[in-house]
Ligand binder design. Structure first.
Ligand code: NDP
Length: 264
């Protein structure tokens, strides 16, 4: 199926690992031009190298940028405009979760989660909005979590911040319609990626390998498909919403949780 994104420009925040990286891989396979960022220059360079080897002729741009620092995001947007002529699809993916219940969540963590989930999207949207308005296929697609609708006690601050992001993206979608920009989200359950690999590295039972550890976790959490999602599965949903295949869809939040959602 043709996603109609050949030679279109996609910006992916947080592209150096996990879901963002898989999204870049799929975008490049579809012939899109990509720009991506992350805070760690070394990880970005490693990701670029891997992508270059897989897609030798591809147009790609990687720039260190913290999505929480507006000047860095503006500088990233300026480079995208200068080198790629502007963006068609903005994919807001950068971030991570914070694991702690209410008793163990300090004020700083509440503030940081609220800042990361909201301004991690607000800053890129503000920086890229003018470029998006010039695109005939403009879209903003946000990685969000099922926690937005189905909070977990052990991730209370992340859940609350995710709910705020879902609310904000829905409102944003209404405002952006007149500017020709679609705004959608995906609501993830548990997806294998850097975050989970880090938690695996800190596991108590050192005998457990990744397969056993992740399947045990999925079963304990009650995921009906009895496994974590693969980063490509999250990336496929992102590509669909970002591409013109979803041209009549805005304000949507697509569930990608292996049946974990309990609400209708
Ligand atoms: P990874 O840790 O593998 O990837 C996160 C990416 O975001 C990295 O490239 C990281 O690079 C970048 N990043 C993090 N913070 C910033 C920042 N402030 N500015 C710029 N880049 C940043 O995690 P995932 O692929 O799992 O996560 C992707 C998104 O999906 C996140 O928003 C996460 O919260 C969300 N999500 C993931 C779930 C899962 O189960 N995996 C579940 C629900 C939501 P660097 O550290 O170098 O900046």
């Amino acid at each position: 199926m043709d996603l109609k994104i050949k030679d279109r420009v996609a910006v992916v925040t947080g592209g150096s690992s996990g879901i963002g990286f898989e999204t870049l891989r799929l975008l490049l396979a579809e012939g899109a031009k990509v720009a991506f960022c992350g805070r760690d220059a070394g990880r970005l360079a490693g990701a670029s190298e891997t992508l270059r080897q897989a897609f030798p002729g591809a147009v790609m741009l990687a720039q260190p940028c913290d999505v929480l620092i507006p000047d860095q995001v503006k500088a990233f947007a300026a480079v995208v405009e200068a080198e790629l002529g502007g963006v068609d699809m903005l994919i807001n993916n950068a971030g991570q979760g914070y694991v702690a219940d209410f008793a163990a969540t300090p004020r700083e963590a509440w503030l940081h989660e609220a800042e990361l989930k909201l301004f991690g999207v607000i800053n890129p949207v503000q920086a890229f909005e003018n470029q998006l308005m010039r695109s005939p296929i403009a879209s903003i697609t946000c990685v969000n979590s099922l926690l937005a609708k189905q909070p977990e006690a052990h991730m209370i601050a992340t859940s609350a911040a995710r709910a705020a992001l879902l609310n904000m993206t829905l409102t944003l979608s209404k405002e952006m319609i007149d500017k020709g920009i679609r705004v959608n989200s995906i609501l993830l359950g548990m997806v294998e990626s850097g975050q989970w690999r880090r938690r695996y590295a800190e596991r108590r039972d050192r005998e457990q390998d990744w397969e056993a550890w992740s399947q045990h976790l999925a079963a304990r959490r009650g995921i009906p498909m009895r496994r974590m999602g693969h980063p490509q599965e999250a990336a496929q949903a992102l590509l669909f919403l970002a591409s013109p295949l979803a041209s009549f869809t805005t304000g949507a939040a697509l569930d990608v949780s292996g049946g974990f959602a309990r609400q209708c």
